[in-house]
Design a protein around this ligand. Structure first.
Ligand code: AMP
Length: 284
C-alpha cells in the first residue's frame, strides 16, 4: 500500500493509473477504522482496479470542539488494517493540504435543499455543510470513478448525493450495508468511548428498530414510535433519544402512516455523552 500526504503526489500517481485505463474507487474516512470501514474497502476492491482510502478528521464538520479533540486516533492499526484488506493507496492529508486558505475560511454554502437542517443537521448546526465541503474537496483531488459510502450515515449519503448532483461531478456512488457488533450495535469509531457495560446494553437500540420494523402497519407510526421510545427509556434509562422517526427515504420528511414510498427508520441516541446513530431501510 502506498501512502501519500501531499495532493501533488497523490494526483501524479492517480493520473498515471487513470491513463492506464484503471478504474479508481474511493473510500473517505476519518480513521479509527473498524470492520464497517473495511467492508467498504472490500466493496471498492470488487468494483474498482485501484482502491484509494483517505483518513482525514475534518475539523469543519464538528460543531462541538471537544468531540473533535476526543475523536479517536488509531493510525498505526488503521494502516495495518488497510494494508491487510488490500487497499492500494492511503491518502493522509494535513489540514493545510485540504484547506490551503485555512479551515475556518468562509465558504459559500452548498445548496442542499434544507436536507442539512433536519435530524442530524438540527442537532449539529453546520455539520453537513462541513461534510459536503470536505467531500467535494476530496473528490476534486482524487477524481474517482466510484465513491463508496456507508448506509450507517444515511442522511450523509443523501447530502453527498445532492452535492454531487449540484456540481455535476461524474462519479458513481455505491452504498455499503451497516456492519454491526455481535449484539447488534452499529459499529462506529465513537463506540470505543462507551464503557463496556453501556456498549453491551446499546445493542437494545437495534433491537428496538427491529421491533418497530416488525410492527409497521399494525398501528400508526406515531404510536409505534412512542411505544418504542418508552421501551428504550425504560431499558436504557441513562440514554436520551434525540430522534426516532419513520421518514421518506429521499426527503427525510416524517411519514405518519404506512406508505408505498421508499422509507427509512432513523434513530439518534445519546449514551454516556456519545451520539449513536442507526437506521433500517424499510423499502427501496
Ligand atoms: P467515518 O470514518 O465515520 O467518517 O466513516 C467513513 C465511512 O464509513 C462512511 O461512509 C460511513 O458511513 C462508513 N461507516 C461507518 N460505520 C459503518 C458501519 N458500521 N458499517 C458500514 N459502514 C460504516
Amino acid at each position: 500500500m502506498l501512502l501519500f500526504k501531499r495532493n501533488s503526489d497523490l494526483n501524479e500517481y492517480i493520473a498515471k493509473k487513470r491513463a492506464e485505463g484503471i478504474k479508481i474507487g474511493f473510500v473517505p474516512t476519518m480513521g479509527a477504522l473498524h470492520a464497517g470501514h473495511i467492508s467498504l474497502i472490500k466493496l471498492c476492491r470488487r468494483d474498482a482496479g485501484l482502491t484509494v482510502c483517505s483518513i482525514f478528521v475534518n475539523p469543519t464538520q464538528f460543531n462541538d470542539p471537544s468531540d473533535y479533540e476526543k475523536y479517536p486516533n488509531t493510525l498505526p492499526t488503521d494502516v495495518d488494517l488497510l494494508a491487510e484488506a488490500g487497499c492500494d493507496v492511503l491518502f493522509l492529508p494535513t489540514i493545510t493540504e485540504i484547506y490551503p486558505e485555512g479551515a475556518g475560511a468562509s465558504k459559500s454554502p452548498i445548496p442542499l435543499d434544507g436536507l442539512d437542517q433536519q435530524l442530524e443537521g438540527a442537532s449539529r448546526p453546520g455539520h453537513f455543510q462541513g461534510v459536503a465541503q470536505v467531500v467535494k474537496r476530496l473528490l476534486d483531488l482524487v477524481k474517482p470513478d466510484v465513491l463508496i459510502l456507508g448506509q450507517k450515515d444515511f442522511q450523509q449519503v443523501l447530502i453527498i448525493k445532492k452535492m454531487i448532483r449540484h456540481f455535476q461531478i461524474p462519479v458513481e456512488i455505491i452504498q455499503g450495508a451497516i456492519i454491526r457488533e455481535p449484539n447488534g450495535l452499529a459499529m462506529s469509531s465513537r463506540n470505543v468511548r462507551l464503557s463496556r457495560d453501556a456498549r453491551e446494553r446499546a445493542g437494545l437500540i437495534y433491537h428496538a428498530l427491529k421491533q418497530i420494523q416488525g410492527r409497521l402497519g399494525t398501528i400508526n407510526n406515531s404510536q409505534l414510535l412512542s411505544e418504542a421510545e418508552s421501551y428504550l427509556t425504560k431499558e436504557l434509562p441513562d440514554a436520551q433519544v434525540d430522534y426516532l422517526i419513520v421518514a421518506d427515504a429521499e426527503t427525510l420528511q416524517p411519514l405518519t402512516d404506512r406508505d408505498n414510498r421508499p422509507a427509512v427508520l432513523l434513530i439518534a441516541v445519546w449514551l454516556e455523552g456519545v451520539r449513536l446513530l442507526d437506521n433500517i431501510v424499510l423499502m427501496s
